[in-house]
Design a protein around this ligand. Structure first.
Ligand code: AMP
Length: 301
C-alpha cells in the first residue's frame, strides 16, 4: 500500500500521462481566423484536436442574439479540418442539456466585473458549459483566445479551484489589417459601423504608447484617456472602459510592472463589441505579444 499527500503525485500514479496529447478548442462556430489560429496552435502542440461547435443558450441573456447568432456547420467543419482538427463535436441543445439541469458552475468575484456586470449570468453559462465539455472530451490542453480575456481568466480560475486536469492555453487576438479584432458578431456590422469599430483598437494602441512613454501612470488616468477618445467616435456608445489587474481583475491605482488589462466594451448600433490589451508590453525575449499579432498565417509560420 502507498500513502500519497499531493494531488500531482496521486494523479501521476493513478492516471499516467496519455501518450497522445488531446487538445480541445471550444467555440460557438461561425469560425474565422481567430478560431482557426487556436486550432492551428492546438494541432501544432497536440496529437489529436477536438473542436467543439455549440451555441450555448446558457450564456445568452433573454434580450441577446441567441436566435440570430450566425451558424454554418458545413463551412465550420471544412475550415476546422483545414486548420488541423481531427474531430468536430457539434451537439444539439438536447444532447448537452437533456431535461432540467440543476447544477451551475459559478466563479465568484472575477465574474462580477467587466462583461459580467453588463451580462448577468453570462459567465455562469460559460463556466458550466466549458466544465461539461472538459468532462465530456477530457482534454490535456484547452485553447482560448485573449480576445475574451475575462473568459480566459474565469476558466483558468475554475480549473485551479476544481483541480481539473487540463492545461489552459491563451492565444493572441487575431485582428484585421486595420486592427479590428475578429469576431463572429462582426457580420452584424454595417460597412460604416465596421469603420467606426476600428477606433477600439486604435485607442487601446494609443493608450499603450502613452503608457510606455510614462504619461499614463494611474489606472484612472488611463480609463479617462481611453474614454475621451471613444466618446469622440460618432455612433459609438460605451458600455465600459476599465483598467484592472490581470488575470485577477482587481481595481488598481498605480500602473507598475505587474500585468494589467485595459478592457473596453461598446455598442455600435445594437452590436456589442469588446477588445482589450494587456500591459506592460512584452520584453524582447518574450513570445510575441498578443496585440502585435496582426497577420495570422505568417504568425504560425
Ligand atoms: P466564440 O466562438 O466566440 O465563443 O470563441 C471561441 C474561442 O475563440 C474563444 O476562446 C475566443 O476567445 C476565441 N476567439 C474569438 N475571436 C478571436 C480572435 N479574434 N482572436 C483569437 N481568438 C479568438
Amino acid at each position: 500500500m502507498q500513502r500519497i499527500k499531493t494531488i500531482a503525485q496521486l494523479r501521476d500514479l493513478l492516471r499516467p500521462q496519455r501518450e497522445r496529447q488531446l487538445g480541445l478548442v471550444p467555440t460557438m462556430g461561425s469560425l474565422h481566423e481567430g478560431h482557426l489560429s487556436l486550432i492551428r496552435q492546438a494541432a501544432a502542440e497536440c496529437e489529436q484536436v477536438v473542436v467543439s461547435v455549440f451555441v450555448n443558450p446558457l450564456q445568452f441573456g433573454p434580450d441577446e442574439d441567441l436566435d440570430r447568432y450566425p451558424r454554418n456547420l458545413e463551412r465550420d467543419c471544412q475550415l476546422a479540418e483545414e486548420a488541423g482538427a481531427d474531430l468536430v463535436f457539434a451537439p444539439g441543445v438536447e444532447e448537452m442539456y437533456p431535461g432540467e439541469g440543476k447544477t451551475t458552475v459559478r466563479v465568484a468575484g472575477l465574474t462580477d466585473r467587466l462583461c459580467g456586470a453588463s451580462r448577468p449570468g453570462h459567465f455562469d453559462g460559460v463556466a458550466t458549459v466549458v466544465s461539461k465539455l472538459f468532462h465530456i472530451v477530457e482534454p490535456d490542453r484547452a485553447y482560448f483566445g485573449q480576445k475574451d480575456a475575462q473568459q480566459a481568466a474565469v476558466i483558468q480560475q475554475m480549473v485551479r479551484d476544481l483541480n481539473l486536469p487540463v492545461q489552459i492555453i491563451t492565444c493572441p487576438t487575431v485582428r484585421e489589417e486595420n486592427g479590428l479584432a475578429l469576431s463572429s458578431r462582426n457580420v452584424y456590422l454595417t460597412p460604416e459601423e465596421k469603420r467606426q469599430a476600428t477606433t477600439l483598437y486604435q485607442t487601446l494602441r494609443e493608450a499603450t504608447r502613452e503608457r510606455e512613454a510614462g504619461r499614463l501612470c494611474q489606472a484612472e488616468e488611463a480609463v479617462q484617456f481611453i474614454r475621451e477618445r471613444l466618446e469622440q467616435t460618432a455612433g459609438l456608445s460605451i458600455d465600459y472602459v476599465e483598467v484592472l489587474s490581470y488575470p485577477g481583475l482587481e481595481p488598481l491605482e498605480r500602473l507598475d510592472d505587474s500585468p494589467s488589462i485595459a478592457a473596453v466594451a461598446v455598442y455600435l448600433g445594437s452590436t456589442r463589441l469588446i477588445d482589450n490589451v494587456i500591459w506592460p508590453k512584452r520584453r524582447e525575449e518574450d513570445v510575441p505579444h498578443p496585440d502585435e499579432i496582426q497577420n495570422p498565417p505568417s504568425y504560425r509560420n
